[in-house]
Design a protein. Structure first.
Length: 547
């Protein structure tokens, strides 16, 4: 290693590049018998170990090498959370190629668009997505081969180019491969933002940012994984690196429970119970389904200690429901662009001394950043705003695993101090707790004053009949814009608009009260489980508030 020594005290420690394969090497050596359990796509529960996963990841790397995949080439995965996906993940990164996790919930045209944009040479996919890819294959001429993550017995008949069953593909090599040792700043993985307007943008992570992000995630006040714990990442590996969990779990040797394609309340509950899961992570819609199932069947969660919830705001009612079940709720805020950890809502002094009700107020905030993340809020001109917990501003972030530039773009996206504009609007309080009030593009301005749609939504979903709530701003002749509350009720529940408004009355400022309430049968969602406000705005564009 050629490290320059300019002073007699410089660079006297080892240089140990932070490469992703080192995580699975460590897991195999120290926690080799630790289990990875999967609800397989084919049906049965599958059990393997970190040692076996490393062995087979080496075979993946060896095969990619033989297939001519070179350092820096992109290999896509369009797949559920399974042990095979984990093997591909480490195998791809271990050859020096870039693991491009593709979100199957994107519109088909967007899937083809991002696979072409990334110039993926190989696509690894589950049997679930073979029909989808067959329809898109003509639009993706650059893909040289499709590897279907299954065995010979379950391999479907397919027209996909050079398709092969994964188990057959890795069967003819022995894994005698040495991981590619490159620069820790080289690309390891990529993920596209689920842009609701315009084309998605590619974020390219490096080995160094992935390893450091895993370290950050494994701190006690973050995901808090340990070798004695069991993690169920409901969050998919294609949603911002499964929030780092596919790195963080083998890093500490935590048992992993992979849910495969089944994310409904009953399936998640059964896995939590059967595998004695201690930590789990996912978006609010998943927890809504789980809590609904638990409530309907009068169940308990005796093993679960921590539920991490991110991607959209965690409503107070959900926080209280988990607390009642004896589970610590921990809200996380982040973005594809931030690897994704930005903040975690965890109590720290002096808020730990507050009465319970006020502590919950802090749990409804998005939380404070761990070491490695720095936040600020600014006005539209970029001037910093006070951290008083009241002043709203554009939320900006810099840190050890935050994007510098989008893939294939020369556009400068950082300010002069290196901060990235998140597009969120937030407050930061004197203790460091950040609270998102809105996406900048969803902000409602009524009579020149801001109304926080998130706060109204959180309040509306605490009504026992409400499943999901979204607030959008619509034109108003007097106030310029007023909030419309859109509600999807829980199945079998009925409630009137007046009853919802009565419930909200007195809990928020009078002028924040929604001007109207409408009900929908199904709330539209984005590919990462967020409520699609663009669709709602379109749906209600002809709506007029009663005067
Ligand atoms: P994505 O890149 O798909 O993960 O989306 C990132 C965006 O999701 C953020 O900029 C926020 O607008 C939103 N988001 C993520 N976590 C939260 C949270 N805990 N509360 C509110 N919004 C969130």
């Amino acid at each position: 290693m050629n490290l320059q020594v300019t002073k007699p005290t410089d660079n006297l420690m080892q240089h140990w590049p932070l490469l992703c394969h080192r995580i699975i090497d460590h897991a195999a050596l120290i926690h080799g018998r630790q289990e990875v359990v999967t609800q397989s796509v084919e049906g049965p529960i599958h059990r393997t170990t970190y040692a076996a996963i490393r062995d087979r990841a080496l075979r993946v790397a060896q095969k990619l090498d033989l297939d001519g995949i070179a350092v820096g080439d992109r290999v896509a995965t369009l797949a559920w959370n399974t042990w095979r996906h984990l093997e591909c993940w480490y195998g791809i990164m271990g050859t020096g190629a870039i693991c491009h996790t593709v979100n199957p919930r994107l519109f088909p045209e967007q899937i083809a668009w991002i696979i072409n944009d990334a110039a993926d040479r190989i696509v690894m996919t589950d049997i679930t997505f073979v029909p989808l890819l067959e329809k898109l294959a003509d639009k993706m001429p650059g893909v040289e081969r499709y590897i279907v993550l299954t065995d010979n017995a379950h391999m479907p008949q397919t027209s996909l180019k050079n398709a092969v069953a994964y188990e057959d593909w890795i069967a003819d090599v022995d894994g005698s491969y040495r991981w590619h040792v490159g620069d820790e700043n080289a690309a390891s993985a990529m993920c596209y933002t689920s842009g609701t307007t315009g084309n998605p943008k590619g974020v390219v992570y490096t080995h160094r940012t992935n390893v450091l992000h895993a370290m950050m995630g494994n701190t006690g006040d973050a995901m808090a994984l340990t070798a004695t714990g069991t993690i169920l990442p409901v969050v998919p590996m294609f949603h911002a690196n499964s929030w780092g969990l596919a790195f963080a779990a083998p890093f500490v040797g935590a048992k992993m429970v992979m849910p495969g394609p089944k994310l409904d309340g009953a399936s998640v509950y059964n896995l939590l119970q059967a595998e004695k899961v201690t930590v789990t992570a996912g978006v609010p819609t998943v927890w809504q389904m789980l809590l609904g199932y638990i409530e309907a069947n009068k169940l308990a969660l005796p093993h679960l200690k921590l539920v991490v919830c991110g991607g959209s705001a965690m409503p107070r009612a959900m926080i209280e429901a988990f607390l009642q079940l004896g589970v610590t709720p921990r809200q996380a805020w982040g973005m594809t662009e931030t690897s994704p950890m930005g903040t975690m809502s965890v109590l720290k002094p002096p808020v730990t001394d507050l009465p319970d009700n006020e502590k919950i107020d802090f749990l409804t905030a998005q939380g404070y950043p761990p070491f490695g993340v720095e936040l600020k809020i600014t006005d539209d001109a970029g001037a910093s705003l006070p951290r008083d917990g009241r002043t709203y501003g554009r939320l900006k972030i810099r840190g050890l695993a935050v994007v510098r530039r989008y893939y294939g773009s020369d556009a400068e996206i950082l300010d002069e101090d290196g901060y990235f504009d998140t597009g969120d609007v937030a407050t930061i309080d004197p203790h460091g707790y950040m609270r998102i009030t809105d996406r900048a593009k969803d902000v409602i301005k009524s009579g020149g004053e801001w109304i926080s749609s998130i706060e109204l939504e959180n309040l509306a979903v605490s009504h026992p009949a409400v499943m999901e709530a979204a607030v959008i701003g619509l034109p108003h002749p007097k106030w310029n814009e007023r909030p419309l509350l859109v509600i999807q009720l829980k199945s079998g529940m009925t409630v009137t608009a007046e009853q919802v408004l009565d419930f909200m009355e007195g809990k928020i400022a009078k002028w924040w009260m929604p001007s109207s309430v409408v009900f929908v049968d199904a709330m539209p969602h984005t590919a990462t489980g967020k409520i699609m406000k663009t669709t709602l705005r379109d749906q209600f564009k002809n709506f007029r508030f009663p005067v």
